[in-house]
Design a protein around this ligand. Structure first.
Ligand code: BGC
Length: 391
C-alpha cells in the first residue's frame, strides 16, 4: 500500500458520529434510554469523548496526519431540543466546525442523522409520526447557516437507514448484530426512503452546490455452496432495497466491517473458529472489496464512497493489518470497474460504541476522564497514504 495506490482526487478521510463523540446530548432519545433505571443500554455515553468542546483538537489530529476529508455528525436534539424551539447557538457551533475544518484544509462531509432523535420527536412516535418527513425537513432547513458555510461539500442524509429500521429490535434486546442483521422493518424501510428522497430534493433546491447521498451498512454476504438464491433473498431487504433507493444521488456511502456466509437453508453459517474482533464480528478485511462490488452492481451507476470501514481492536498493528488488506480489496474492486470516489476510516477516535466502551475503533486513543487524545501509530500510517490524493 502506498500513496499512489489510489487516484488523484480520491477522498481520504476519517469519520465520527455526533452522539458517540460529543457527550451530554441530554435532549436525545438515547440519552433518555441510557439513563433509565434498569436500562438495557449496558454503559452510558455520558461525556462521550467531549468532542463538543474538543473538536478543534480532533480537526488538528486529522489534518496534521494528512487526511483530506472529515466526516462528522450534527445532532438534531441540540439544534431543536424542544418541539419547534431552535437553538441558534447549536447551529453556530456546527458552522464553526465546518469553518475550522476548511481552515485546516479538510473538506467537511456532514451527517444529518446518525441513530439519535430528539426525545420530543421520539415521544411523538418518532419516524412513525405522520409528520416525520416534514419535521425532519424543518431541522434540515434550520441548518442553512451550516450548509451554506464555505467549504461544505458533501452531506450524508441518514447514517445506515437499514440499521435505523432494525433499531427497535436491537433496543428491545430481541436481536443481536453478532448473529447477523435482522430483517429491517418494512414500514420503517419505506419511511427511511421517503425521508431520504425528500431531504435530497430539499437540499438540491436550497443548496445546489452540495453533493448528497446516504450511507448504507453493506456487509460482504457470500453465498455458501448452493446458496446463491438464498443470499440474494437475504440481501434484498437488508441493504439492496436501500442501495437501489439511492438512484439519482450524487454518491452512495458504503459502510463495511465484516462478512457473512450464507448456508443453503438461508441462515448465516457462523464459524466458531474464525478470528473475531472486539465486537464479535469475523476479522475479514477483504469484506470491503466484496461489499463494494455488490454495492456497485446494485446501485447501478451511482458513484460509491466508502463512508465507514474499520475494526474494533486493542492491538493497533492488527488495525493496520486489517486496513491494509481492506484497501487492497478495495483497489482490486476499483480495478474491476467499481466507481469508488473515496475512503473514510471509522473512526478518528476511540468512542462510545452504542452501549459499550470496550470496542475501540479509533486511530486515536482518548483518556476517559481527562479526554487527552493520544494518536496510535495507525493515524500517521493511514494519513500518510493521502498526499497523492491531494495532487
Ligand atoms: C455505525 C457506527 C458504529 C460502527 C461500528 C456503524 O454501524 O454507523 O455508529 O460505531 O458501525 O459498529
Amino acid at each position: 500500500m502506498s500513496p499512489s495506490t489510489f487516484p488523484p482526487g480520491f477522498l481520504w478521510g476519517t469519520a465520527i458520529g455526533a452522539h458517540q463523540s460529543e457527550g451530554n446530548n441530554t435532549a436525545s432519545d438515547w440519552w433518555y434510554r441510557e439513563n433509565l433505571p434498569g436500562s438495557l443500554v449496558a454503559e452510558r455515553c455520558g461525556d462521550a469523548v467531549d468532542s463538543y468542546h474538543r473538536w478543534p483538537e480532533d480537526l488538528d489530529l486529522a489534518a496534521q496526519a494528512g487526511f483530506t476529508d472529515y466526516r462528522f455528525g450534527i445532532e438534531w436534539s441540540r439544534v431543536e431540543p424542544a418541539d419547534g424551539a431552535l437553538s441558534h447557538a447549536a447551529v453556530a457551533h456546527y458552522r464553526r466546525i465546518v469553518e475550522g475544518a476548511v481552515a485546516r484544509g479538510l473538506r467537511p462531509m456532514v451527517t444529518l442523522h446518525h441513530f439519535t432523535l430528539p426525545l420530543w420527536f421520539a415521544a411523538a412516535g418518532g419516524w412513525l409520526n405522520p409528520d416525520a418527513v416534514e419535521r425532519f425537513l424543518g431541522y434540515v432547513d434550520a441548518l442553512a447557516p451550516v450548509l451554506e458555510a464555505a467549504g461544505v461539500v458533501r452531506v450524508e442524509t441518514i447514517n445506515e437507514p437499514n440499521i435505523v429500521a432494525v433499531l427497535p429490535q436491537l433496543a428491545s434486546g430481541e436481536a443481536d448484530l453478532a448473529q447477523g442483521l435482522p430483517v429491517p422493518d418494512p414500514t420503517l424501510t419505506q419511511i427511511m426512503i421517503a425521508v431520504h428522497r425528500a431531504t435530497v430534493d430539499r437540499l438540491r433546491a436550497r443548496h445546489p452546490h452540495l453533493e448528497v447521498g446516504w450511507g448504507v451498512s453493506v456487509q460482504d454476504y457470500q453465498a455458501g455452496p448452493g446458496a446463491e438464491a438464498q443470499t440474494e433473498a437475504y440481501c434484498e431487504p437488508r441493504d439492496q432495497v436501500f442501495l437501489r433507493a439511492s438512484k439519482g444521488d450524487d454518491f452512495v456511502g458504503v459502510q463495511t466491517y465484516t462478512r457473512g456466509v450464507m448456508g443453503a437453508n438461508g441462515a448465516l453459517v457462523l464459524d466458531p473458529d474464525a478470528e473475531r474482533t472486539q465486537t464479535g464480528w469475523e476479522f475479514y478485511p477483504a469484506a470491503l472489496g466484496g461489499a463494494v462490488r455488490r454495492a456497485a452492481r446494485i446501485a447501478d451507476g451511482v458513484p460509491l464512497i466508502v463512508t465507514e470501514n474499520g475494526v474494533a481492536t486493542s492491538d493497533d498493528t492488527r488495525r493496520i493489518r486489517y486496513t491494509t488488506q481492506a484497501l487492497h480489496s478495495l483497489r482490486a474492486a476499483m480495478d474491476d470497474g467499481a466507481d469508488v470516489r473515496g475512503y473514510f476510516h471509522w473512526s478518528l477516535l476511540d468512542n462510545w460504541e452504542w452501549g459499550h466502551w470496550g470496542p475501540t475503533f479509533g486511530l486515536v486513543a482518548v483518556d476517559p476522564t481527562t479526554f487527552v487524545r493520544t494518536p496510535k501509530p495507525s493515524l500517521a500510517w493511514l494519513g500518510a497514504l493521502a498526499p497523492a490524493a491531494r495532487s
